[in-house]
Design a protein around this ligand. Sequence first.
Ligand SMILES: Cc1ncc(COP(=O)(O)O)c(C=O)c1O
Length: 407
Amino acid sequence: MPKVSERGQLQTQSPIRSLVPFADQAKADGVEILHLNIGQPDILTPTTALNRIKNLEEDIIKYGPSAGIPSLRKKVAEYYNEINISITPEQVYVTTGASEAIQFALFSCFDPGDEIIIPEPFYANYLGYAQISQVNIIPITSEFDKQFALPAPERFSSLINENTKAIFLCNPGNPTGQLYTREELDALVEVVKKNDLYLIVDEVYREFCYDSEFTSVLQFDEISENVIVIDSISKVFSSCGARVGYLITKSEQLRTVIDKYAQLRLCPPALGQIMAEACYTDYRPYINEAKEEYNKRRKVLYNRLSKIEGVKCYYPSAAFYNMAELPIDDATKFCKWMLTDFRHEGKTVMFAPADGFYSNQELGKKQVRIAFILNEEKLEQAMDCLEIALKEYQKIMHQTQPSYSYK
Ligand SMILES: Cc1ncc(COP(=O)(O)O)c(C=O)c1O
């Protein structure tokens, strides 16, 4: 057989999906897996969007414009205008999920060897995208004990050199479930301005802020040419499989380059765009309801987690994630053991080990990311499992001759 590529072998693997074979085996053995490992919401997709697809009138699914269907770009611009962000349809690119928007941003802004500063822990796929675009991520560690607040501007400044081209944020944060405040962003914008950097912000969770108002970087007019926002319908409209996201930029110069990448892949998914457009019909009640549901789940999760002995956690303020530090030796081992060995009333739980969200994996060794994407009853069951599992695991961990083998 011919050899597979070196670079393919070196490509980082998604830490979220690496445990999937063990979950599949457990399912095949009849075990119910409570999936708290992945940001796939169980909230129903808007009925208007589902009906639009069910009653499809199109008789040919055609290629469309590379930047997206004009009527969808208009709807997205209107959505932004309604939240007091002034955007025109020309400034919106429709992409194949936020995932493609991230790739477009990296390819359009950076050359091989350029550096981008990203607070860690960060959404693990940023590493893979940086790798394929040959950009170096310079991590800046945000701390669990400070509830993953945005690191101080001086810490960003101290990492800036002639190769630094951007600061990249995820706000609200995945995996942290935390929101950066207006004041934190104000201070960072000064650093961006002073060093004329790009400021790329992944805002796919912007609609799920429970305690305070969200600030988009598109609101900072003084750096409008430097800003790129990444957005998506995956989470807001519970439409992960539609594969529709957006890249928003006010920079005309940048758009001439993005156009080329957009044309290269012809167009974003036609069906997804049709669906996405229907999502914007009377959408506010839908979003409010989804947000209220996540808020309830956030409370259930925190109430349970904070009572489990040895577990360190905090009350997340946004998105649908919570990081927790567990009284264990290694989160990957623990998560795998949950899938291969632990059962409670025919169930187990799948978490995402947090080491994959850090460039220095030691930092996340005892941490897991918990996505509160199941209903309250299921979350309670998952926390029952966790509580019992931790006791069992600790017994095994403390045996002098461990009777378990992982990895
Ligand atoms: C922060 C963040 N950005 C981007 C994505 C990818 O989104 P999409 O499904 O729109 O490609 C995810 C998915 O979980 C995410 O959490």
